[in-house]
Every structure is written in structure tokens, then in C-alpha cells.
Design a protein around this ligand. Sequence first.
Ligand code: DUC
Ligand code: ZN
Ligand code: ZN
Length: 479
Amino acid sequence: MSVLIKGGKVVNADQSIFADVYCEGGLIKAIGQDLDVPSDAEVIDASGKLVMPGGIDPHTHMQLPFMGTVASEDFYSGTAAGLAGGTTMIIDFVIPNPQQPLMEAYQTWKDWAARSVCDYSFHVAITWWDDSVYQDMGTLVNQEGVNSFKHFMAYKNAIMAEDETLVNSFNRCLELGAMPTVHAENGELVDHLQKKLLKAGLTGPEAHPLSRPTEVEGEAANRAIRIAQSLGVPLYLVHVSCKEAVDEIARARHEGQRVYGECLAGHLELDDSVYRQSNWASAAAHVMSPPFRPKGHQEVLWKALQGGTLQTTATDHCCFCADQKANGKDDFTKIPNGTAGVEDRMMVLWDSGVNKGRLSESEFVAVTSTNSAKIFNLYPQKGCIAVGSDADIVIWDPTKTHTLSAKTHHQKIDFNIFEGRTVQGAPHITISQGNVVFKNGQLNVVEGAGRYIKRPAFPSIFEAVQKYNQSHAPVGIER
Ligand code: DUC
Ligand code: ZN
Ligand code: ZN
């Protein structure tokens, strides 16, 4: 199938030009005016529209087994919902149980994800440590194209990585040229505060943010950053939600450390008042970690995104319906943590970002697609409209209005944290691997059409990292 996108404005992270885009065989084949294309090519009129790289959501959890239940969104429905929102690739997380071999968990996730309708990739979580984990990290990087490993600093007695595991794993990442990533919350403190709140009779969702205050995130962010600094390894912090964590990242970057940060559409937009509403189900539907923050932190996140302290946007898409949230009816610590957004992210970012002048069109592309492609070594296969790149494209209508709602969204969840919000700017058409998969509000997807995308290690970044480490190692310490 070949497609000619005619008359649109091509927006990349570095520049915008008026040009036609021709796609064939799943790739972008030509960009320019008066292109010589086959007569049977499908022609799409993109006048008045923007032709942008499809979104990359670097943080999703499809069908995650978590907190005694399983996330309701599977890889088929979740990737389809992503396409309806202009996102053409996700990076999901393989999360082995403690003591479970990494390769076994990786295979399980690969089997589940084979139903995806758009391209996908995996970060792998390091939830425990021994020699086999060390070996399997090597296999994952060198044979399976996994170049990033996730560490949960929270969820004590479950998947939390102790400092010893962080140190061992970060060091292994350095050897392999892979990116360590962290969920930065101090799990000991969370555990302590949860018990204290329950003892005081606070059992409802309003206690959730009190059990995970911003200092808890700031402490963990600082610890992870300092461990990374000591070992001389880069670091990526997922779902940065508050000023305390932003400040740690800004300081580290100011001192020349390679530290990257991600923020979620939800954390940019919502505050912690959602936990204090009288409707239990609605308050519980917002329970995720880190929680939504007191008013003021949202603007800090926006400024960090605008100023480059944070580089990427994601969703932490992890769906639990009302019956699942009800598991925590008498104990907020048992409410499965997670909210949705893979379908909403691009529209929310456009509406609050571009429409409000916080982001230019190119900056929007950078924070929704290009920067993730670069940080996770997918660029220029993904993250740009360029000859030779994958034809993963969103044709964006900046005039289109759309009301976000659980009644109409494609996400497999009975709640939308942006319920009732009308945004301006939405996908007109989404193209995945050169195929039109979303048009006129209708999905046209094929189960299993998504491909697993390998992400090689970062030889060039890590060459520089190694050189720097050698020339700056403290006396007596060989890195
Ligand atoms: N936070 C969530 O809210 N859900 C899944 C995992 C996580 O870290
Ligand atoms: Zn997390
Ligand atoms: Zn997550």
C-alpha cells in the first residue's frame, strides 16, 4: 500500500516545512513538492493540517498483573486506543516477580504483546539481584534489543529494588551501555506512612497522597541521581511529579550529569483535590503513584518541560476499573494503583501546551515523540518525518474539537481522568507502518500488526560516558 499525504505542514522537532509526504512499504519514501508517485497511491488531502511523527508513549502497562489484579487494558485494545489518539508506538514494562528469571518474564510479555496493533518495545524491570540477573541483562541488551532497565524504589515487599540492587544494576547498565530508569519514591517511607495513616483511621483514597508526599519522591530522586553520579552512569526518571524531584534533576543537569526526566499528562493537569471528593469510586479512580500533587506543582512541571529539565511526556497507562478499585474499599493501600491516558496524552498536551503558548508545534513534537526516540535509541527510525523513517504519522487537525470521556474513548476502562474536558486539536488521521489505521473517528486495525522494535545499546553516548569516567574518576577508583 502506498500513500501520498498532500498539502500539509510537515512539523518535525527541528523545523516545519510545507511539503507532501509519500509512504510506501511502511517507510517514508519521499518528501517535497510535485513528487513523482505511482498513480494508484492513496491520496490524502492534508491542507490545513499538520503532518507530524506519531506519538511515542515511553511508559505504559498493558495487562499488568499488579496489586492482586490485572490491568484491564490489553495490548490489542491499548495500542488501538493509542492510535486513536495519535500515538503510534509504546514502550511497555516487563516486570518480573522477585526471583523470577528475567528471560521468562520477558517471553511472557512478548507473547502478550504479540496482539499489538502498533509497534512496541520493552523496558525490563530489575526487581531482585543475583548472577543470573546480571547474565540475563547482557542477553537482553545484546540479543533482544532492550536498552533500558527500570527500578521501582517503592512497593516494599513486592517489586521494590533495594539500594544494593540499584547499585549492582546501574553498574551493569554502565557495562552494557543501557539506560537505568527509576520510579523514584522512597518505599520505606511510603510503607511507614501508610501504616501510620491506617492506624489513625484514615482508610479512604484521601489518605493516598498523604502516604506519598513530595519529599518521598524528592529523596528517592536525589538518591538515584547520586548513585548514578557515583557510578558515572546516565539516568532517566519516569513520571516526575513534583518540584522536589524537578529540582534534583535540574541541579544534576546543571552540574553536567546526564539525567533525563519524564512527566505524565495527568500530573501536568490534575491536582490532589481529586482524592478529597465525596464520591469514593471517583476518588479511587485517581489513585496512582506518584499521586496527583498539590496545586502549584503542575506549573513547575510545565516550566521544566518548557525549559528542558524534563524531556519526555508519557501516561503510565495502567487501567483498573471500578470493580478492581473496590478491592481497596476499606483500605486505601489495597486500591490498585493506576490511571489511563494513552489515547488522551497528545490531545491534552496540544491543548494545554500549544494552545496556551507553552510549547511551539515543534516543541510539541519533541516532547511527545522525538525526545523519547532519541533517549531510547529509536531515532531516526521513529520520532521524525524523514526519508527512510518508519511511516508512523499523525495528521493533526489543530481546529478539531474533541471531548474526552469514558463514554466515547477506546481505552478499556470505565473512567477517564480528563472526563468532560473539551480540547482543541486532535488526530485527523493516524498512519502506522504506512497504513491508515484511524480516520473519521474510526479505527481500522489488524491484531498482531504491531512489531517488536529492538533498541540497541547506546555506543556513542556510552563511549563518551566511559571516557569522561576515566578522566574524572576519583583517585584510586577505576571505573
Ligand atoms: N504506578 C502506578 O500508578 N501504576 C503502575 C505502577 C506505578 O508505578
Ligand atoms: Zn512507576
Ligand atoms: Zn509505571
